[in-house]
Design a binder for this molecule. Sequence first.
Ligand SMILES: Nc1ncnc2c1ncn2[C@@H]1O[C@H](COP(=O)(O)OP(=O)(O)OP(=O)(O)O)[C@@H](O)[C@H]1O
Ligand SMILES: [Mg+2]
Length: 388
Amino acid sequence: MDRDANPAQQAPAGNGPAQVKISNLNKTFHRGKEAVHVLRDISLEIAQGELLVLLGPSGCGKTTLLRCLVGLEKPGQGRVELGDTTVVDADARVFVQPNKRDVAMVFQNYALWPHMKVAANVAYPLKARKMKDELKNGRVHEVLQVVQCDHLADRYPPELSGGQQQRISLARALAPRPALLLLDEPLSNLDALLRIELRAQLRLLHRELGFTGVYVTHDQEEALALGTRVAVMKEGQFEQIGPPAEVYSFPATEYVADFLGARNRLELHTEGDGRATVAGVPLEGFVRPGLGGRFALRLRDADPVLRVAGTPGDEDRHWITGAELIEVLPAGDHAEHVVRLGDQTLFVDVPATRGVFEPGAKVDIGLATDSVLCYDADGRLVRDWAAI
Ligand SMILES: Nc1ncnc2c1ncn2[C@@H]1O[C@H](COP(=O)(O)OP(=O)(O)OP(=O)(O)O)[C@@H](O)[C@H]1O
Ligand SMILES: [Mg+2]
């Protein structure tokens, strides 16, 4: 993609001064004769106090980007500036070693030293940086208190639960007050409830301590909950960068929409005269006159509603007829309904309070235009597509 034409590359940083400036970063791995271009000309500024969340599928280059920032990978091209210091400048052959960068990283697998007590693990980066005053003034216990693990100071990591170990790794990373904190899927090894609890604590910590961070996750809920901005990656580039609410409500491309839960896809054909078909079913008054061509509609599971075919339904919705209910999967407060429409399969969440539809039933699917996302043939978001 032409870099100048990619709005993600030009996204403004947050409010504060830029703490991290990444310019035209490229990383290629060589395996025998094969070259894998993993980071493709990435440019990004991260403001002081921002927690930027990197979201993207497996293999898109998230960990590689963090490793370039911390100094565990050497980019082939580009620059990285941390505050006033240039830590990477490929052209000028500048490469600052990891231990000389003011950057800390928290890994998915905790990576604590098993033979060292918790307190010694946390003290380690302070010793390595010769921060004698911090050591003397109780910084180790201070950060252990911050993560609510002061009582574990004399234990060894293998004697701790996964959640405790991850809190200790966070304390170890925070101890030297790094200019940049990198977190690579720090909660993904934990069970669902603990993940939600630690996510809330991390959010609080970020608010209280105001550190600058980059947080990698696969989990869109985590991204939306924690990020001051969310950057969605695709094959080594940013597809969209923006505040969580904006990325969620207006995914710039169909790829981002899919990644942020709008997994249901319906084809829209319009003639430009206001007439339209959705999945081959004619709909009156659905699209605005003047909109002509082929489009893809994207819907989240909670957006459409169902009715038994031909029965009365909400008149404000546009009803697509001719669908069949294939399966119903109860999920507590709602049930996931698998619906077949022509050769398409849709997933629709029906709140438990709305009753249960029987598998095999003929159903209609009701769309509300304000919750439907529309993309053109290039996969770009189309706004103002709907009839008023
Ligand atoms: N040392 C390496 N040598 C060769 N290829 C590598 C190396 N490290 C990473 N890669 C490749 O680079 C690509 C990006 O890997 P990376 O670990 O950055 O992905 P990721 O987005 O973090 O994925 P995941 O979500 O699975 O952790 C992958 O195709 C991977 O196989
Ligand atoms: Mg990774």
